[in-house]
Design a protein around this ligand. Structure first.
Ligand SMILES: Nc1ncnc2c1ncn2[C@@H]1O[C@H](COP(=O)(O)O[C@H]2[C@@H](O)[C@H](n3cnc4c(N)ncnc43)O[C@@H]2COP(=O)(O)O)[C@@H](O)[C@H]1O
Ligand SMILES: [Mn+2]
Length: 651
């Protein structure tokens, strides 16, 4: 600003000179023109004089005031400083600077009139006002700038600390980062033969050793299929920028049609190796809970960053874990008087089916008062609820309010089909219940409920109903009737899209088990029938879809049916369109914009929905966006589709 006035002065002088010259020329032709031009040039000269005098007095006054206000310091004193000093005016214009400043900052030229911003490495002048010191770099040297403000002006000292900053950077870059690696799907390889397993293990070891060597990192095998690598912070910085190509290298190890995958828990930011190792284990647990084939990076502030997770979670062949879980559940149940079973908001066939199955066992085998806690109005499994009401003698469903009023100190809450507090049918019931068990198949989210007595989590399972069928078969399945079997088969049918996605050997085993317990596929099919309004709404959404980079996207218009159900079903339906790998339906409900996303596995819709604040799993995910419009949410969705597909193409 000030500089502008300074630079105006020469222009005024040139203007004055031109006017004067013109006046001389005009004298012979027209005395009137001569006097006008002479008047203008005199006026211009006067302006120059006034501006220059005023500015000189401003500079003198401000510098004087500034240095006087800082006790004992005057201009001569500042000149003697062994580091660069500048006095700035109210808008950051440099009024005075010492010779050190001139030499270090502007190659010996004067800086008066420049704005201090020029020397702040792009930072804003407000940074100087905070008083914490502002880090800048000029001509290859680094400084911290401290400003002493006195009224509207300030003395700014540039303390050079290139050496210390370099040392700090080197120290931070060399901090240890422990990575714990596990071979995710070792079971797939050991199933075939010992040779396949040994071959895969050898290839993985070679790959991991090369990875460690590339960064001169410390590599150690710490278990049967576990490894520890200690990297440096700078290495991890590079790896995160490259999005961990190690995941792809490992996936290229293919034996007998099985592709290997690893999960990595990596910790950044700790000084001690011990602390880093503890947190790397925590991150590894998170990577496995999200389905494996990924790197989970945990930072000192306990935040996570995830990389990979492209392939579906590998199914565990052994059911030993479920037996252990079943035993743990019976021990907890033995110590309580009531068992409430609750799923997520807008409950669906999977959570209601699983709850119906468990309720039967809690009541009949464990002889406990047991109820399914549900909001009938918002449930998406109304037909199943009606079917159960009709077929069973007792009313097994209660509202969250009734459950809260009957809660005791020894009540147990079994949460099914979610592990997130924000998704619960009633978070109040969870908060008031002392004992909690979680049974869920969704990929683990960072903000999971972490105080459960038993956390039964299996991201490779197709559905919660599949998991509960296994648990029930380990506990005691004698009281289970065709009603519970129908309910649970409906849950599996929903989450596998009629046994088309996420199905493993254990899914069909669970279905066969339920069939043996009397489940009827026609009855189950009936639970998926819609009323005409919802059907019409679904068709409307599908018709409005357009395809973008292999993704069918539709913005749902408002209609008379159940918009949530219609959108979920339309998203399922849109996957049947030719050339479509993923589908997305945007709909408005509950004063928020919801997106239901589906895929057959080629595109990981969980990653896209996570970027928009939601989650789910690889083939079925969703998000809810507050304070936005469908149009804005649509633009956000397009940009996340772009970034995810670009990443996948490059990895
Ligand atoms: N904010 C979130 N964070 C994490 N995870 C989330 C979040 N919001 C949703 N999710 C999970 O995403 C998937 C997909 O959810 P969705 O709402 O798109 O679909 C569920 C139901 O709406 C849908 N559904 C229910 N009944 C029917 C039916 N009769 N026909 C077709 N579709 C139906 O199925 C989805 C059920 O998913 P499930 O809970 O995994 O069983 C979901 O996983 C959310 O948990
Ligand atoms: Mn569900």
């Amino acid at each position: 600003m000030r500089k502008r006035k300074w630079t105006l002065t020469p222009w005024f002088l040139i203007f004055t000179a031109i006017m004067f010259a013109m006046a001389v020329v005009s004298y012979e032709y027209s005395p009137i023109v001569f006097y006008i031009e002479l008047g203008v040039s005199v006026l211009s000269l006067a302006v120059v004089l006034v501006i220059s005098l005023r500015f000189a007095s401003y500079v003198k006054g401000t510098v004087k005031n500034t240095v006087e206000n800082i006790k004992g310091i005057n201009e001569d004193y500042l000149e003697k400083f062994s580091y660069p000093v500048a006095v700035i005016g109210r808008q950051g214009d440099i009024l005075w600077c010492n010779s050190r400043f001139r030499k270090a900052m502007c190659g010996g030229k004067g800086a008066e009139g420049d704005n201090i911003k020029v020397y702040l490495s792009g930072k804003d002048i407000d940074n100087l006002k905070k008083g914490e010191g502002c880090d800048v770099a000029v001509d290859g040297k680094e400084y911290t700038v401290y400003c002493h403000f006195t009224g509207e002006s300030a003395v700014c000292e540039f303390i050079e600390n290139t050496y210390y900053k370099q040392i700090t950077r080197e120290y931070l870059a060399s901090k240890p980062c422990v990575a714990i690696v596990v071979f995710d799907n070792a079971e797939d390889f050991s199933d075939n033969s010992d040779e396949s397993f040994s071959e895969a293990m050898l290839d993985i070891e070679v790959c991991l050793q090369k990875w460690a060597e590339q960064y001169s990192a410390l590599y150690k095998r710490i278990g049967n299929n576990r490894f520890m690598i200690i990297f440096k912070e700078a290495d991890v910085e590079k790896m995160t920028a490259d999005k961990f190509p190690i995941l792809k290298n490992i996936r290229e190890i293919t034996i007998n049609n099985h592709s290997a995958s690893i999960s990595v828990g990596l910790c950044r930011g700790y000084n001690s190796i011990k602390e880093s190792e503890i947190n790397a284990r925590k991150a590894l647990e998170m990577a496995l809970g999200r389905g494996g084939d990924q790197v989970a990076v945990i930072k000192k502030d306990n935040t996570y960053e995830f990389f990979g997770g492209k392939v579906a979670a590998a199914e565990k062949a052994s059911k030993v874990r479920m037996r252990v879980i079943a035993n743990a559940i019976s021990r907890v149940v033995a110590d309580c008087d009531k068992v409430f079973i609750m799923g997520h908001k807008f409950s669906d066939l999977d959570c209601v089916g699983a709850a119906i199955g468990l309720q039967c066992i809690m009541e009949k085998t464990f002889k406990r008062y047991s109820k399914v806690v549900i909001n009938r109005e918002t449930s998406m499994a109304k037909q199943l609820i009606e079917y159960t009401d009709e077929k069973l003698d007792t009313d097994i469903f209660i509202s969250p309010e009734t459950a809260l009023s009957g809660l005791t100190q020894k009540s147990l809450l079994i949460i099914v089909d979610t592990h997130l507090k924000r998704s619960l049918e009633s978070s109040e019931l969870y908060e008031k219940c002392k004992k909690v068990i979680i049974i869920d198949h969704h990929r683990k989210a960072v903000d999971y409920i972490n105080n459960a007595l038993v956390f039964c989590h299996e991201p490779s399972a197709s559905s919660t109903c599949e998991m509960c069928s296994e648990i029930i078969s380990c506990l005691d399945d004698s009281p289970l009737s065709y009603v519970q079997a129908d309910a649970m088969l409906a849950g599996i049918t929903l989450d596998t899209k009629n046994f088309a996605v996420k199905t493993g050997v254990r899914t069909f085993e669970a279905a066969a088990y339920l069939r043996r317990r009397g489940a009827n596929t026609l009855t189950v099919k009936g639970m998926f029938s819609d009323n005409i309004e919802t059907y019409r709404e679904k068709v409307d959404i599908v018709c409005k879809a357009h395809v973008y980079r292999g993704c069918a996207i539709s913005i749902a218009p408002s209609g008379d049916g159940d918009i949530r159900l219609a959108s979920a079903q339309a998203a399922d339906e849109m996957l049947n369109l030719k050339g479509v790998d993923a589908s997305f339906v945007l709909f408005e409900d509950n004063n928020q914009i919801n997106i239901s996303a589906r895929s057959y596995g080629n595109v990981n819709v969980q990653i896209i929905m996570e970027k928009l604040g939601g989650g789910g799993h690889q083939t079925m995910a969703a998000t809810q966006l507050k304070n936005t419009t469908k149009e804005f949410a649509y633009q956000q969705l397009l940009s996340e589709i772009d970034s995810t597909l670009d990443d996948e193409e490059n990895s």
